[in-house]
Design a protein around this ligand. Structure first.
Ligand code: HPA
Length: 269
């Protein structure tokens, strides 16, 4: 951890307090980033080697909408077989670096009948259905053992996302994200059940990172790109291809939204 953090500090004289984790469909924001420095995860001890199409693996430092940010392009997913420690390592490294605010993004399937493929959704809360918890294991010195998640997603940062969406003229849905381990997509029966549990969207990431970030005391906001309607709601079978295609279709919208968020975050600081 110390080596990775020292390397990130040496990379750039910028000292961002905001970090973004880019999920499928959000990578295009890199074209809006004034890059100061970048480093592949392979050169950061402890960082994962992502292997899914649509996710590369590098950390960038630069300015987004004039605001210094760290961007993680690519994440480790639990379904790839990584232990939770590896899935959440980068978040712990960001906290050790001095990041105070974290924006997590992801692709998700829409459960809420009002959602359409290509919509964006800010997370108001989550349901952890991954079957494990990233804080399981020995207690970590100096960090809380039992982490309160009453307000996992920060109200101020989420309001900033909503303002960014208004300015960027992007419709922003709000809802509860339910995380599964994957990698199979859900059955229609599972999606009906998740809907009854109050889930608006389903995906395979974000929740472990959000929980660890809260343990580290970071403020967290998260946003989904609804890349497809969930199983049984969609009229056709689900595919990773559809996820990538929707991401591609709305990439400019996502990038605009994130850039505006960067700008507003800088003003509020
Ligand atoms: N289910 C789970 N994860 C996903 C989906 C989905 O429908 N779409 C994108 N990520």
């Amino acid at each position: 951890m110390k080596t990775a953090v020292a390397k990130i500090k040496k990379l750039s004289s910028l000292r961002p307090t905001l970090a973004l984790v880019l999920g499928s469909g959000f990578n295009h924001v890199l074209s809006e980033l004034e890059v100061d420095a970048e480093i592949p995860y392979a050169k950061l001890p402890g960082f994962p080697k992502p292997s899914v199409a649509g996710h590369d693996g590098k950390l960038l430092i630069g300015k987004l909408g004039g605001t210094p940010v760290i961007v993680l392009s690519g994440r480790a997913h639990f379904y790839e077989g990584h232990p939770m420690e590896r899935v959440t390592f980068a978040v712990r490294a960001l906290a050790a670096y001095g990041i105070t605010d974290l924006l997590l993004t992801n692709a998700a399937g829409g459960i809420n009948r009002k959602f359409r493929a290509g919509d964006f959704m800010v997370l108001t809360d989550h349901i952890n259905f991954m079957g494990t918890n990233p804080l399981r294991g020995p207690a970590l010195p100096g960090l809380p053992r039992f982490v309160d998640l009453t307000q996992a997603y920060d109200v101020t940062l989420s309001a900033l996302l909503a303002s960014a969406a208004r300015t960027a003229k992007v419709k922003l849905q709000r809802g509860v994200y339910l995380a599964v381990s994957g990698p199979s997509y859900e059955t229609p029966a599972e999606i009906r059940a998740f809907g009854k549990l109050s889930a608006d969207a389903v995906g395979m990431s974000t929740v472990p990172e959000a929980i660890v970030a809260r343990q580290c005391g970071l403020r967290v906001a998260a946003m989904s790109c609804i890349t497809n309607l969930a199983a049984g709601i969609s009229k056709h079978p689900l595919s990773h291809q559809e996820v990538l295609e929707t991401g591609e279709r709305v990439k400019l919208v996502g990038a605009r939204l994130l850039k505006e968020f960067g700008k507003l975050y800088g003003k509020e600081k």
